[in-house]
Design a protein around this ligand. Structure first.
Ligand SMILES: C[S@@+](CC[C@H](N)C(=O)[O-])C[C@H]1O[C@@H](n2cnc3c(N)ncnc32)[C@H](O)[C@@H]1O
Length: 199
């Protein structure tokens, strides 16, 4: 029997399926990001939403007052975003082979990093370090090592993984055990981390 592949084909998924049915679909701003922004009194500056997908997070960040860029591997997701959300800049971009130019004050990654092939993680870290200025924050949400491995879907992480993977360019400011809100009957266990770009 053929084993289910770990991830969907991102390029065709957004052509075939309504976003509302996707496991990660969440209309509200991710509550862990909302909490972090409130705690830090952040409401303006340039935000990049990496792997923006349905762009609900990008839109909510725009509503909060940020200038937002949403990027995704999927052309269909980017075209949909451009049509629906005119106030957001959308760029089709593979974050591990990126053509992004510029510097952002904040980055949000809700579910892109944990989908990458492990061998691409160092490239991701270098790229994101390159597009954030010193002192900028990367807010990262992934599945937690406490969630069981279903044999498909996202990789799981512990806080120490972020220390190990990001320490060349980032300091791990905080990490918290939480859940990944979406369209699944039960929210999977997740980690929400704040990382600060080193000088
Ligand atoms: C689990 S979904 C999360 C979508 C969105 N962040 C959200 O929370 O609704 C992961 C997203 O990452 C995108 N993605 C996967 N690999 C990528 C890559 N190498 N570069 C950019 N985006 C990627 C997928 O197309 C998909 O939209």
């Amino acid at each position: 029997m053929e084993r289910q592949s770990r991830f969907p084909d991102w390029t065709t998924l957004y052509e075939r399926e309504p976003v509302e049915k996707m496991a990660w679909y969440c209309e509200e701003l991710d509550p862990d990001l909302a909490f972090e922004l409130n705690q830090r009194h952040l409401s303006q500056g340039r935000f990049i939403d990496i792997g923006t997908g349905p762009a609900t997070q990008a839109m909510e960040l725009h509503r909060k007052g940020f200038r937002v860029t949403g990027t995704d591997l999927s052309k269909a997701a980017i075209e949909r975003g451009k049509k629906l959300f005119r106030d957001i800049e959308f760029v089709q971009d593979d974050i591990v082979n990126s053509k992004l130019r510029g510097q952002w004050d904040y980055a949000f990654d809700r579910g892109c990093f944990h989908c990458l092939d492990p061998k691409d993680r160092p490239r991701y870290v270098e790229t994101v370090a390159g597009i954030l200025h010193p002192g900028a924050f990367l807010f990262l949400k992934t599945f937690s090592w406490k969630e069981s491995d279903w044999g498909y879907g996202p990789w799981r992480f512990a806080p120490q993984d972020f220390e190990d993977l990001f320490s060349r360019y980032f300091s791990l400011v905080s990490s918290k055990e939480t859940v990944y809100q979406g369209a699944l009957p039960k929210n999977p266990l997740a980690l929400f981390c704040t990382l600060e770009r080193k000088a």
